[in-house]
Design a protein around this ligand. Sequence first.
Ligand SMILES: C[S@@+](CC[C@H](N)C(=O)[O-])C[C@H]1O[C@@H](n2cnc3c(N)ncnc32)[C@H](O)[C@@H]1O
Length: 253
Amino acid sequence: MTKDERKYLDWLKKDKYDGQARAASLAVDLGRLRAGEPLDYVIGWRPFLGCKIVLTERPLIPREETEYWAKEAIEEIKKDKRPKIKCLDIFTGSGCVGLAVLANAKNTVVTFADKSPRALKSVRKNLKVNSFQIGSHRAKVVESDVFSGLSDQFDYIFANPPYIPLGRKLPESVSRYEPREALRAGRDGLLFIKRFLVQAPAHLVEGGKIYLEFGYGQKKAVDILLKKIGFGSWVFGKDQFGRCRFAIIKNSR
Ligand SMILES: C[S@@+](CC[C@H](N)C(=O)[O-])C[C@H]1O[C@@H](n2cnc3c(N)ncnc32)[C@H](O)[C@@H]1O
């Protein structure tokens, strides 16, 4: 057994089996890891800004880079003392971003939207696991092709759309195990970013904000789109590795 495998088994014992692992179960898990399956799927969940994100439905595994800008968004929302802040977590996947917002900013209500049945099942499960009632005044889940199922306007929209160009090679652990519909976005990777940005102004209140994640190298294309659509102002943000990976966009004309 390699040093890494020993480390992973320790994590599995603690995070999956709560210290009660049986040798047979660990042997099955080790087989899955050796076949290339991501550790987070084998464990079955991962933490995200204080929430437990269950991955048994196999949504996209939340990434540290997403956690980074979501934390920044939450810090900003926490300064907003209005009694009710309406948020949309579009392209929600596991629901990680919206759940972190609900858990960390108590004056928020969040609509979670996705097109994929797998994602919708996953976000419902994660709301339950994190003790939020679906259909309560704070959390709503909507099936939607980008904005098709949504009519409201929001104070904040969080979007991490698929943005990987069709031909780009991905690590096998991603292409074999993670959902294709969460990753691929046409030849240039901009298919959903374009659709999202064109439709977003109609769903954002005056002065509202969008946090949009995009791929490394897509900043210029996003900048051009934002100018073309005529958003009021925007700034780009770097992730924890110094790469420009998100935009904060304000709806004021
Ligand atoms: C990159 S994942 C983001 C998941 C999650 N928000 C995160 O940050 O981990 C993109 C998500 O967009 C969803 N999606 C793909 N096409 C869509 C569409 N046309 N309308 C709405 N959601 C879509 C996928 O099902 C997937 O859950």
